[in-house]
Design a protein around this ligand. Structure first.
Ligand code: MLT
Length: 332
């Protein structure tokens, strides 16, 4: 240390303090100073990818930097989530995921991350309703006939999901448990590629989010049978709910949210939360969401505290359901 500083330790302290402050301010001012990556733990073209790209495009305008979506599918989303858990908490890697963040702890014994401790909650995005759909030439005309058919055919019926812990898996698990049946699963890295195969009649049915099914149902390229929400979906009002169709109490939707790896600087959090909130007020986002039968959450829900509370209650809720169902995943 220069002798002048040894002689004037207080001056040395002040200089060091000023330097740190300048650095902190430089970081605050500078974030983001380069493109931000938004990891989607499912294949491109699917429901979560659709939500992430819409939000990302809007957030990039507020942040003044590109938001790039990176699809890392597989193992019910745990590979992509694990990638973010290990990423630097510098604000340049984000995660858009969903209810799968709440089901993974109960399903995977050797989960390589802690859904609470390894992530910084930023805010909720949207709660996407789900639908029971089937290939176009499936014989069943309505949900009543479909339920009778799957009860009769059981394992001869093929259904798709996006891996253990995915929203499609959870919904199918609840559906089979409610009907006390077993069907044969066809597993994909996301329901985007699964939808392509359903359009081609490669398997019989699946439970998927309206962000993936609404347009196909409207175009008649797949059959829509029922909604998984307690109330009918306004855009798909012709679809009865499972609850009103005799599967009493059935209710599940794919709530989506935004996280960052732990250690996110406050300066970055203070930019990301308002950027998310702005995106949820963005007329283009609202219009696109409406065309896919979903809506943004309220501004109060697009906050770290609301997401933390949501994850806590959902981990408890689905943990109990999954343990009662005795379902486990064998980690890759
Ligand atoms: C997707 O985007 O492919 C879905 O969110 C997968 C899932 O069902 O969880």
């Amino acid at each position: 240390m220069p002798s002048i500083m040894r002689r004037f330790p207080l001056a040395a302290l002040l200089v060091a303090g000023a330097a740190a402050l300048a650095c902190g301010e430089a970081v605050a001012q500078a974030y983001p100073s380069r493109p931000v990556t938004m990891v989607v733990p499912a294949a491109a073209g699917g429901p979560t990818d659709t939500v992430a790209r819409l939000i990302g495009e809007s957030m990039s305008r507020t942040l003044g930097q590109q938001v790039l979506v990176e699809n890392v599918g597989g193992a019910g989303g745990t590979i992509g989530v694990g990638r973010v858990a290990k990423a630097a908490g510098d604000g340049y890697t984000l995660l858009v995921w969903h209810i799968g963040q709440a089901t993974a702890p109960a399903l995977y014994d050797n989960l390589r991350y802690d859904v609470f401790g390894d992530f910084e909650p930023i805010g909720r995005i949207t709660d996407v309703p789900m639908t029971i759909v089937g290939k176009k030439d499936l014989a069943a005309k309505d949900i009543g006939e479909l339920i009778a058919w799957v009860k009769q055919k059981q394992v001869d019926v093929t259904y798709a999901h996006a891996g253990i812990g995915s929203a499609a898996h959870l919904c199918s698990l609840l559906f089979m448990n409610a009907l006390d049946i077993k069907m044969t699963a066809v597993i994909y890295r996301g329901t985007g590629p699964a939808m392509n195969d359903l359009l081609g009649g490669q398997f019989d049915m699946m439970c998927d989010q309206t962000t993936g099914t609404a347009n196909q149902i409207k175009q008649g390229t797949i059959k829509g049978y029922a909604a998984t929400t307690k109330a009918r979906i306004p855009l798909l009002a012709e679809l009865p709910t499972l609850d009103e169709s005799g599967v009493k109490g059935f209710e599940v939707s794919a709530w989506h949210a935004l996280w960052a790896p732990k250690g996110l600087p406050k300066e970055a959090l203070d930019k990301l939360v308002p950027a998310l909130q702005d995106a949820l007020k963005d007329a283009k986002v609202i219009e696109r969401f409406a065309g896919l039968a979903t809506v943004p959450v309220s501004q109060e829900q697009a906050t770290p505290a609301a997401l933390k509370a949501q994850l806590e209650s959902e981990v408890a809720k689905w943990g109990a359901v999954i343990r009662a169902a005795g379902v486990k995943a064998n980690p890759n």
